[in-house]
Design a protein around this ligand. Structure first.
Ligand SMILES: [Zn+2]
Length: 494
């Protein structure tokens, strides 16, 4: 029997029916109140579990209702009672990462995943340290925000939490503490691009600086022909040296990070991804074999690997390049992943790449992980454009001014001169479907979220969040529709 809060702060509150969980004589739910969404916990007044939650208590007969704020402490308490709210390892199942920079997108993500009928395992929490810096959030907040969305939609079928693009052991510490289950290590800064055009003499010289554990003889690859299904790769001295020089230090860094993770995770099951996607040149099939073969020799176990593919994976827009070239490329990588693993091929900057999803799903035979992040923020802007066009216009003008500065850390080809000015379109939301405007809106997210007005208040952030919270159904609908387009091509035979 549900009771409603008599707390005066909760007057006019509305139960979010989907969230209601009754477990072992205690009822948990979320309610929308004039002061935002609150957690409601109801049980017999003597139930000790009520003491886990910090909030206002009201009594109804011999029942007590706690109305609690969505704090990190209450999130942690709820996780102790509802174990499915803790991130888990997902294994080799086809999976999709749905990063959320605002902390409000998860309900829409859950709804889209639910329509995949269990065929895609979700990562509802995914954020890199770089994104955390740009959004001003901590890894713990990212975990908690997604968890409230998961609880709201009553998702109990497991999910992963991806600590993305980790570069240092400090990054591992903070993400382990916050409860992440999936650790993506990015050794990009150890990739040596001099290898790309070096001659044999130079390669030999560069290779001398590698850790002795990685010398050529140890690799066991010299003068070998390595086959992986349809692939046959000859490791003559130059091919091996080029792979070693380009990726040797990266391999060593991954090995060190992996050891550190295992040591500090203790008995907790964690998954590991290796990502070399953010590098200047594509990862050749031979280089992929070198990386996989060496990591395996060093005892590293990983669930997915993100090569840098041919073509361009720009943020928030479709694949740029020849689809036949991409197909040839991913088929080779997928064959290596089956033979040296099996492990999944991970598609980073994977959002909005609609032209390659079917190809990737088929080439990998479902051993694939799709990673998306900023596209959920763009759907937030689409929601804003519908709700408050003038506000959206303000944001867009601001982004245009920030673009030349903010684009520096990205590989993108948008040009300000090609992006329409607001008066040139009939509906502002069209800007979100324009290549150049879309990239401009994408790469400036950190500036939009952090910009302060002269009086010290946020220029956009508070208003943006308030509009999305007040119109959470519209945002969830936009996210769901957008993600169905991403996920459906990965569900085979449909
Ligand atoms: Zn990436």
């Amino acid at each position: 029997m549900y009771i409603t809060s008599k707390n005066e702060n909760d007057q006019g509150s509305q139960l979010l029916h989907q969230s209601v969980v009754t477990l072992d004589r205690i009822i948990y739910s979320l309610a929308k109140t004039p002061n935002g969404i609150r957690l409601m916990v109801q049980a017999d007044q003597d139930d000790f579990r009520l003491t886990l939650f910090d909030g206002e208590r009201t009594h109804h007969g011999n029942e007590t209702l706690v109305s609690a704020c969505l704090t990190s402490e209450n999130a942690a308490a709820l996780r102790t009672q509802l174990p499915w709210l803790k991130p888990v390892a997902l294994g080799l199942k086809t999976s999709a990462g749905m990063g959320d920079r605002l902390g409000l997108a998860t309900p829409g993500h859950v709804r889209a995943i639910r329509k995949m009928n269990g065929k895609i395992a979700p990562i509802f929490t995914q954020q890199s340290i770089r994104e955390n810096t740009r959004t001003g959030r901590t890894p713990q907040q990212v975990i908690d925000d997604a968890m409230w969305g998961i609880f709201q939609e009553n998702w109990r079928d497991g999910y992963g939490a991806d600590a993305d693009h980790l570069k240092t052991t400090d990054d591992i510490d903070v993400c382990l503490k916050a409860g992440y289950s999936f650790f993506t290590v990015d050794p990009g800064e150890f990739v040596d691009n001099r290898a790309e055009n070096a001659d044999l003499i130079n390669l030999r010289n560069y290779a001398k600086d590698l850790p002795s554990e990685l010398n050529m003889e140890h690799s066991g690859l010299l003068n070998q022909i390595i086959t992986a299904e349809h692939l046959s790769l000859t490791f003559d001295e130059k091919t091996l040296l080029k792979s070693m020089v380009k990726y040797g230090r990266a391999v060593w860094h991954v090995f060190k990070m992996y050891q550190y993770l295992l040591k500090n995770a203790g008995a907790r099951p964690v998954e590991f991804e290796v990502s070399v996607d953010e590098t200047d040149n594509p990862t050749s099939h031979a280089e992929h074999v070198y990386i996989a073969s060496e990591l395996r020799r060093l005892g590293v176990k990983w669930v997915s690997l993100a090569p840098r593919f041919v073509g361009r994976f720009e943020k928030g827009v479709d694949y740029i390049g020849d689809l036949k070239d991409f197909e040839h490329d991913i088929k080779g990588h997928a064959a290596i992943a089956r033979v040296f693993g099996p492990y999944k091929i991970s598609l980073h900057s994977g959002s909005d790449k609609f032209s390659i999803y079917k190809i990737a799903a088929q080439a990998t035979r479902g051993l694939v992980h799709l990673k998306t992040a900023g596209t959920s923020y763009l759907e937030a802007l689409r929601t804003i454009a519908a709700l408050d066009p003038d506000f959206f216009k303000e944001i867009y003008e601001f982004c245009r001014n920030r673009f030349e500065t903010d684009k520096v850390s990205y590989h993108i080809s948008a040009q300000l001169s090609h992006a329409p000015i607001p008066s040139a379109v009939d509906h502002l939301a069209e800007l979100l479907d324009n290549f150049d405007a879309r990239e401009i809106l994408h790469v400036t997210f950190g500036s939009v979220l952090k910009e302060k007005a002269p009086d010290g208040s946020f220029q956009f952030f508070d208003r943006l969040i308030r509009l999305l919270k007040e119109n959470s159904e519209l945002y969830a609908e936009n996210i769901e529709r957008h993600f169905l387009r991403h996920l459906t091509p990965f569900v085979m035979n449909e």
